[in-house]
Write a protein that binds this ligand. Sequence first.
Ligand code: URA
Length: 246
Amino acid sequence: MRLDRLLANSGLGTRSRLRDKISHGSVQVNGVVVTDASYHVNESDSITFDGQEINCQTKLYYLLDKPDGVLTAMEDKRLPCVADYIPSELKSKKLSPVGRLDYHTSGLLIITNDGELSHRLQSPRYEVPKIYLATYRGLEWTDEEIATVAAGFSIRDKGYSEQIAPADLKVKDKLSDGTMRALLTLHEGKTHEVRRIFAHFNKEVLELRRIELAGVKVSEDIDSCGEFRPLTEDELGLLFKAAGLK
Ligand code: URA
């Protein structure tokens, strides 16, 4: 992880202030002054800040391409859950998923122990874009329906009405078995939101896959399901930017 990010994660100030302190020689890594904020450090490095040893409570950031048929939970006695995809050496790191995908939704889940980032990525305030690839059956979308989705509308469910924020629907293609595919971009994360939007317009979602969150992507193809890997610096940059942390 970059030195300035690790120091910021340890609560020592904003990254711009820390970059300034680093360039002025306030930080040593393993006894050597480092003036480059992008210098790569890890948990095993000994870091001092203005002469004080700092406790690098490292924040960890991973991506899981959740398969269909897996619960977004860190523990379950009966069903497979996302914890089954996290290597045992990370079990003590207090990792948890950012938001949730339905049991039968596959795709991109961010897994982190950074509570602030997690909170912001889920908050409607930051309108973090999430793109879903839905395979569905039903009548084709009309221009009027697509415009209604784009404007935002209200869904009535079990006697309650719930406002759905403006979303972007793009019809993609028709498959050889007659089912259709569309991409839906949401800027909020209400429970079963994609399935409920489709149902509202009399379309049944047969398969759902989240392929993008704040510009971080997984393949449209389900072949990558089950992959668990650290986020790259570029991907982390996208998430921090979307969450207003950069
Ligand atoms: N919308 C849904 O309907 N399901 C998900 O898993 C995510 C968004």
